[in-house]
Design a protein around this ligand. Structure first.
Ligand SMILES: *[C@@H]1O[C@H](CO)[C@@H](O)[C@H](O)[C@H]1NC(C)=O
Ligand SMILES: *[C@@H]1O[C@H](CO)[C@@H](O)[C@H](O)[C@H]1NC(C)=O
Ligand SMILES: *[C@@H]1O[C@H](CO)[C@@H](O)[C@H](O)[C@H]1NC(C)=O
Ligand SMILES: *[C@@H]1O[C@H](CO)[C@@H](O)[C@H](O)[C@H]1NC(C)=O
Ligand SMILES: *[C@@H]1O[C@H](CO)[C@@H](O)[C@H](O)[C@H]1NC(C)=O
Ligand SMILES: *[C@@H]1O[C@H](CO)[C@@H](O)[C@H](O)[C@H]1NC(C)=O
Length: 283
């Protein structure tokens, strides 16, 4: 907490706030985008605002209330700022007042599971980027279940954290999801398609960079029937995978690069015929 207030960009935000109803004066600034009709700020890109050399170990905390004057904000990018959390009572739950906020980039910070319940109080969110933070899939899971309150959420990126297979059951309330990125985590072993039962609208699924060796599907299930893109590159997947892929009726793009696909590989006909784009290191 000793670094409280030491972001040099906080004053920048305050200056923006100070403009009040003259927001249009700052519309030309880098990282600021306004609605041309209303002159009000709709996008703020405040990433890489903290230089690595300033880092002194304690983590950085921010005050969500600083953003509240931007009532029309739709897009906020706070990625790559080494943020660990918020100062007391000034967390993401304050963003519930930003009723137009749809896209929130928090990737490349130091957030952990403790922020999840407050993130779930931003009902307007459609895209949430949480990659490369300190999240993990261990107890308490309650944090992830609370994300199911985000009933408009379509894109969720949770790549490069520390999740294991348990993350799938803890996310299972978010039926609105169309894109889920769980790449570069610690998922391992065999993943049964049944785990995705609740993700009925999922179109793009990224599981690359995990130690998965099987992705099995039962014949009669109607799970992941809208899946169009599946990234299984750099996993430990075996050639047997091709048999289970037949069951994805909507699959168009399949990434299988950087795998050791060994074994009987003669039945290429089992690749779904609609898989128009097949990127792989097929022998
Ligand atoms: C800009 O504001 C006008 C008036 O409120 C609105 O109709 C329009 O959709 C907005 N445009 C964007 C890109 O948000
Ligand atoms: C957070 O920011 C708001 C708005 O500027 C301010 O009123 C509040 O006192 C700040 N909270 C803390 C703990 O500094
Ligand atoms: C999680 O983040 C909160 C807020 O920054 C911090 O107080 C807590 O110590 C962190 N927990 C772990 C296990 O690092
Ligand atoms: C996972 O995160 C929680 C909360 O942030 C923490 O208490 C726990 O120690 C972490 N577990 C592992 C295995 O890193
Ligand atoms: C995931 O990790 C947590 C603790 O780190 C553990 O309790 C849980 O059993 C793990 N789940 C799986 C499927 O390995
Ligand atoms: C997956 O990871 C868990 C915990 O990390 C371990 O207990 C289990 O043996 C692993 N399973 C496989 C198939 O590697």
């Amino acid at each position: 907490m000793e670094l409280l207030g030491r972001f040099w960009w906080w004053p920048v935000v305050l200056v923006l706030v100070h403009f009040g109803n003259k927001e249009s004066d700052c519309c030309e600034w880098e990282g600021v985008k306004c609605n041309i009709t209303t002159g009000r700020v709709i996008q703020l890109t405040l990433n890489w605002m903290v230089s690595r050399s300033e880092e002194s170990g304690g983590g950085r905390y921010f005050n969500a209330s600083y953003f509240l004057p931007f009532k029309d904000l739709q897009y906020l990018d706070l990625s790559s700022n080494l943020i660990s959390g918020w100062i007391p009572n000034e967390g993401f739950d304050k963003f519930s007042a930003l009723s137009k906020l749809e896209v929130l980039h928090l990737d490349y910070n130091n957030f952990n599971n403790s922020v999840l319940s407050s993130l779930s109080r931003i009902p307007s969110l459609k895209e949430l980027y949480l990659g490369s933070n300190n999240f993990n899939g261990s107890i308490p899971f309650q944090g992830f279940e609370s994300l199911s309150l985000l009933s408009k959420l379509e894109v969720l990126h949770m790549d490069a954290n520390d999740f294991n297979n348990s993350i799938l059951s803890s996310l299972s309330g978010i039926a609105s999801l169309k894109e889920l990125d769980l790449s570069n985590n610690n998922l391992n072993g065999s993943i049964h398609i049944q785990e995705f039962k609740a993700f009925s609208n999922l179109e793009d699924l990224y599981l690359n960079g995990n130690e998965i060796n099987d992705f099995s599907k039962t014949k009669d299930s109607n799970i992941l029937s809208k899946l169009q893109l599946l990234d299984l590159s750099q996993t430990k997947i075996s050639a047997r995978i091709l048999e289970s892929l037949v069951a994805f009726p909507s699959l168009k793009t399949l990434y299988l690069a950087y795998n050791n696909l060994e074994g009987p590989f003669t039945n290429k006909a089992s690749i779904p015929s609609r898989a128009a784009q097949l990127d792989s290191s097929l022998p």
